[in-house]
Design a protein around this ligand. Structure first.
Ligand SMILES: [Zn+2]
Length: 85
């Protein structure tokens, strides 16, 4: 089992590190994917994407590969509990 990458979605450093496939920091998580405000406002994309880009390692991280954390705790507790053992 590969450990998940922890992404603190309100954290400035993580915001710089994890970006949408086009390099924007204006993304937010949705239930099963991600959504980027800047992409959504462009003409040729709807803003939905499925893997975060890690600028440090160049890796693409799908929604299941990241553990999203907010100041209030895990963003999706139910998803995180699935298949972690
Ligand atoms: Zn974008």
């Amino acid at each position: 089992m590969v450990p998940k990458e922890v992404v603190r979605i309100e954290d400035r450093q993580d915001r710089w590190r994890y970006v949408c496939p086009r390099g924007h920091r204006s993304w937010e998580p949705t239930n099963h994917h991600f959504w980027c405000q800047k992409c959504a406002s462009s003409d040729d994309a709807d803003g939905v994407f499925y893997a975060l880009s890690d600028r440090k390692t160049g890796a693409l991280l799908s929604r299941e590969r990241v553990r999203l954390v907010t100041p209030l705790g895990p963003y999706d507790r139910d998803l995180d509990d699935e298949g972690t053992s």
